[in-house]
Write a protein that binds this ligand. Structure first.
Ligand code: AHR
Length: 341
């Protein structure tokens, strides 16, 4: 299926039409440079359904709930027997789940690693058992890239850059001489937190008007986002001009804190966040959020297809990047009916 979709970049900037092919409502393009050679393990026959062990990060955000739904629905539709484990944001639980999948001799293991480091040992165990591993959503930083077969997910550094570029364009239009930014970071050590921080810092670097005055983790949750924003407001009060949140849930929690402090979110404090969940569109329509950078959780159909190819011994790209857009408040009402998560 080929779909054409309008991507909004940087406020009033040009709309870009992107045509792409996909298994689902969003799309990906592949970085085709590297193809993985796969360990031939138990190839599922037509009579025997493919068995996938999937270790999910948790249920910390609206994004994560949509991601879990996408994976479960896609498995059902593809006839894949899914063994699903929720790690509750703990790496030790993910390691345990992966070991249990190995012991159960599943055909393929997929997981979204809560943090980037510390995976070598368990990934070697999977390789020794000849079970291919697919990363979805988040990356690992192992020196040995052959420990996993492919990685399907967003370019988080680019998401951070998009957020930063939007702010640079916004700052150019404001009369203030200086804009103080507070940053709500994602889970410490996670790929999206590290990369979104990096991309944003890169995009605003050298702009004398923009200064990050505080950065702290809100662990990607609404409750923590609110709590940390309260602390930011206590420390800096009305001196805060901009909030950059690494996900929509933390931004939504922070909006509550800003309102409770008697300030107007989206006006007194400009708010930029990432994900593009429905809650963010609702906040934009209410005038409380200024822009959301899209990060699609709808990875399920593609994961099932890639898993089938991997188990069948077909070559797959080493990196599959999700194509995404930027949605400023000006387009929120028009785009809202099209949102799938
Ligand atoms: O890894 C993707 C991130 O994890 C999403 O941005 C966030 O909402 C989620 O918890």
């Amino acid at each position: 299926m080929t779909i054409v979709r309008r991507t909004f970049l940087g406020g009033a900037a040009a709309a870009v039409l992107t045509t792409f092919t996909t298994f689902t409502t969003f799309t990906t393009f592949a970085t085709l440079a590297t193809f993985a050679t796969l360990a031939a393990s138990g190839v599922a026959s037509a009579a025997k359904p493919l068995v996938m062990g999937f270790s999910q990060v948790g249920a910390e955000s609206e994004w994560r709930t949509a991601n879990t739904r996408s994976i479960k629905d896609a498995a059902r539709q593809a006839g894949v027997k899914l063994k699903f484990a929720d790690a509750q944001q703990k790496q030790e639980n993910q390691v345990k789940a992966i070991r249990s999948f190995i012991a159960q001799r599943v055909d393929v293991i997929a997981f979204s690693p809560v943090v980037e480091s510390g995976w070598e040992t368990v990934l070697r165990e999977a390789r020794n058992a000849k079970i291919p591993v697919i990363l979805t959503d988040r990356a690992v930083n192992t020196a040995d890239k052959t420990l996993y077969t492919t990685f399907i997910g967003s370019d988080f550094v680019e998401e951070g850059r998009r957020a930063g570029r939007w702010l640079v364009a916004h700052a150019a239009k404001t009369p203030e001489r200086k804009l103080n930014i507070v940053e709500l970071q994602g889970t410490v050590g996670s790929a999206p937190a590290l990369d979104r921080q990096k991309g944003f810092a890169e995009a605003i670097a050298g702009n004398a008007k923009l200064k990050i005055v505080r950065s702290q983790t809100g662990d990607f949750t609404r409750a923590k986002g609110k709590e940390v924003m309260e602390a930011f407001l206590k420390a800096h009060g009305k001196a805060i001009n901009v909030l950059y949140a690494h996900n929509d849930d933390m931004a939504i929690g922070a909006i509550q804190a800003i309102e409770e402090a008697g300030l107007k979110p989206g006006k007194d404090i400009v708010i930029i966040s990432i994900d593009g969940v429905k809650g963010a569109f609702e906040a934009m329509i209410a005038g409380k959020l200024n822009v959301t950078v899209e990060c699609s959780p709808l990875l399920g159909p593609q994961l099932m297809q890639v898993a089938r190819d991997v188990v069948a011994g077909k070559p797959v790209p080493k990196r599959i990047v999700t194509e995404e857009g930027v949605f400023p408040a000006e387009v929120a009402a028009k785009e809202y009916p099209n949102r799938k998560y």
